[in-house]
Design a protein around this ligand. Structure first.
Ligand code: NAP
Length: 238
């Protein structure tokens, strides 16, 4: 399996869970350092790759197939936020978020499907977000995360005949560097930020990366073999 953005947060938890269940894992991230930190202890393959660059994505997928033998599972976690209200959002805020999430996932899925189609087997899970439903200050991110759900539904239709399942998961608040960065930018203490978020969540806690990894693992298992083109919100409530 190949996980992008696997050097931290949800991607790292996913890589560790899959490795624990016996999968051969390629951990990819923007920089080699975080990818290696996760891949090392699980005996995985670390690959540095900027997912918005076609050449880098194609060589990441080729290397994964060469060194792991095949590519059955793709999980795309690489992501950034560049929040701003619409009147302050720059072209760069827009382009960098759309390029990382939407173009990045498109390039990874395109490169991966070649191998999955040949093998007549594959599982893809893309990281959407509750922000797909709309979130103040996130015109770019919300558009990208809603777009990923449409991308997954479309690929589920195109690739279903080749026994490839494509789904998205849409987390709410998960304790990772991404939500820490949001608190920092807002000038709020992270513990207070988490408590505030938890008070709005029916289960009264924020998510942990493992909460998301568990659902991703289910969507890549035989038990969910008839689930495709779906999105699962993982937010401690409806
Ligand atoms: P994270 O801890 O910041 O991990 C994201 C990883 O993606 C980082 O290691 C980052 O590298 C990497 N990355 C950024 N741009 C990249 C690029 N162009 N190419 C390759 N890798 C790149 O964030 P996370 O919270 O685990 O988020 C994982 C996914 O879940 C993201 O798609 C995010 O949007 C989504 N999500 C998160 C939450 C949440 O509450 N945390 C909620 C809903 C959805 P650098 O650190 O070097 O930038």
């Amino acid at each position: 399996m190949l996980v992008t953005g696997g050097g931290r947060g949800i991607g790292a938890a996913t890589a560790q869970l899959f490795a624990g269940e016996g999968a051969k894992v390629a951990v990819s991230d923007l920089d080699e350092g975080p990818a290696q930190e996760v891949a090392g202890p699980i005996g995985g393959l670390a690959i540095a790759c900027n997912v918005s660059d076609r050449g880098q994505v194609e060589s990441m997928v080729a290397r994964t197939v060469k060194e792991l033998g095949r590519l059955d599972v793709l999980v795309t976690c690489a992501g950034i936020i560049r929040d701003n209200l619409i009147y302050k959002m720059t072209d760069d805020d827009w382009d960098s978020v759309i390029d990382t999430h939407l173009k990045g996932t498109f390039l990874c899925a395109q490169a991966a499907q070649k191998h999955m189609v040949e093998n007549k087997y594959g599982k893809m899970v893309f990281l959407s977000s509750t922000s797909a439903l709309g979130n103040r200050g996130q015109t770019n991110y919300a558009a990208a995360k809603a777009g990923l759900q449409g991308m997954a539904r479309t690929l589920a239709i195109e690739l279903g005949p080749f026994n490839i399942n494509v789904n998205t998961v849409a987390p709410g608040f998960v304790e990772t560097r991404m939500t820490k960065a949001t608190a920092e930018r807002m000038g709020v203490d992270y513990e207070a930020f988490k408590l505030g978020a938890a008070s709005q969540i029916p289960l009264r806690r924020v998510g942990q990366p493992e909460d998301i990894a568990n659902v991703i693992a289910f969507l890549c298992s035989d038990e969910s073999g008839f689930v495709s083109g779906q999105n699962i919100y993982i937010r401690g409530g409806p």
